[in-house]
Design a protein around this ligand. Structure first.
Ligand code: FAD
Length: 387
């Protein structure tokens, strides 16, 4: 068992931490409040190679794995910059295209994802289907060599910042007549693709959208992979990276909140000479949150190690557990930090309450805590499904 990062991973962590701190939470909040994006940070992270750490070197990436990308997600979040699009573009889209795309798709898309000049976002959620992806209603039909996509998607992050969206649709399997999933790389300016921004109660520089696809015409090579059979494995290949990196973002956010609160409670005095942190009613909840965050980090490390070793099934269990643990720990850490800071906790200046919406959403998306508990109940505990 090895709990240490390699020297290269250590260096990556220190370098990403330095970049995150250069921008900091103030920058993140300022952009979010202005309705702007964290473009400078994204571009610099891309130039420094941090967005492509998990992409093969032949496409301009770092040749590492999800362990490296999780380090990037965690350290930026720990500096107060939890960038959701890291989970969508380098973690999901780059993995899916690298593992299941055609040579041509890899050559066309991976270099831009690696240097950050291109973003590909991910659209699976639908208003009617929700957590039940078996009910997806977005349909892909053949029209000659082309594909026509029709359907609706909701809560899709970052469509306004991306050149393409990876859309999960369904097609009919000619051999069985059953509907099977297929992934399409759709330009965000494709005729027939409309979007409207959702008003969300999350302070974030990234936006969520409703997408309307009305006979969006795509060439044959928009389909991910050589054939329709690539659809299901391609879809599943994005899930573990998604869960592991979103968990890392949660753990980083938890660390950030606890660090802010601890610095404050160690020096704030309101009862004579002693700091408020000397009172166990203040210190214990922070210590408890720190334990939860550290436990989540351990599970993230395990999940990423299993994933990078190609042990996908075990990584699936560990990744789900890591996502659950980190989602809960991040929400607890931010809420506890706000409480420990008192009134200051609710100010913009102290930069903790600004994360309440994001960590709350982290218990719902990209997979809810309940759906993870269902997964664990069925696949680890052998329980029947109720649905
Ligand atoms: C900030 C944010 C960003 C997002 N970004 C994206 C994105 O980029 N791309 C994308 O495709 N989607 C995105 N989503 C969507 C997200 O993945 C979904 O919100 C999530 O999967 C839950 O689906 P739902 O909202 O339809 O909830 P529903 O499925 O309607 O569920 C509502 C509640 O019921 C619970 N529930 C449902 N079924 C069961 C069951 N069988 N057992 C127990 N409990 C159950 C759920 O856990 C949840 O608490 C984003 C969402 C948010 C909030």
């Amino acid at each position: 068992m090895n709990f240490d990062l390699t020297p290269e991973q250590d260096q990556l962590r220190d370098a990403v931490r330095a970049l995150g701190r250069k921008y900091g939470h103030g920058y993140f909040v300022e952009k979010a409040k202005a309705g702007a994006h964290t473009t400078e940070l994204w571009q610099e992270a891309g130039r420094l190679g941090y967005l492509g750490v998990n992409i093969p070197t032949e496409y301009g990436g770092g040749g590492g794995g999800i362990t490296e990308l999780a380090i990037v997600c965690e350290e930026l979040a720990a500096a107060g910059c939890p960038l959701l699009l890291l989970v969508v573009s380098p973690a999901i889209a780059a993995t899916v295209i690298n593992k299941h795309g055609t040579d041509e798709q890899r050559k066309r898309h991976l270099p831009g994802l690696a240097d950050g000049s291109q973003k590909i976002v991910f659209a699976i959620t639908e208003p009617e289907a929700g957590s039940n992806f078996h009910r997806l209603g977005t349909v892909a039909r053949r029209d000659g060599d082309d594909w026509l996509l029709t359907g609706r998607k909701c809560y899709i992050s970052g469509v306004d910042e991306a050149g393409h969206v990876l859309v999960v649709a369904r097609t009919e399997d000619a051999s069985t007549g059953k509907l099977k999933p297929a992934l399409f790389i759709v330009p965000t300016d494709a005729p027939g693709l409309e979007r409207s921004r959702l008003d969300m109660e999350i302070l974030s520089p990234e936006n969520q959208f409703l997408l309307y696809l009305d006979d969006v015409r795509l060439p044959a090579d928009a389909l991910v992979g050589e054939s329709l059979d690539a659809g299901l494995p391609a879809l599943f290949s994005g899930l573990n990276p998604e869960r592991i990196t979103v968990a890392a973002m949660g753990a980083g956010t938890g660390r950030y909140a606890i660090e802010r609160a601890s610095a404050y409670t160690a020096t704030r005095t309101v009862w004579g000479g002693r700091s408020i942190g000397s009172h166990q009613g203040v210190a214990h909840p922070l210590a408890h949150a720190a334990v939860q965050v550290e436990l989540a980090r351990l599970m993230i490390h395990k999940a990423a190690t299993l994933y990078d070793a190609g042990r996908d099934l075990e990584a699936g269990v560990a990744g789900n557990m890591a996502k659950y643990a980190a989602g809960e720990a991040a929400a607890l850490a931010v809420d506890t930090a706000v409480q420990a800071l008192g009134g200051a906790g609710m100010t913009t200046e102290y930069g903790v309450a600004t994360l309440l919406g994001a960590v709350r959403a982290g218990r719902i998306a990209p997979v809810s805590r309940e759906m993870i508990l269902n997964f664990v109940a069925q696949h680890v505990l052998g329980q029947d499904k109720s649905y």
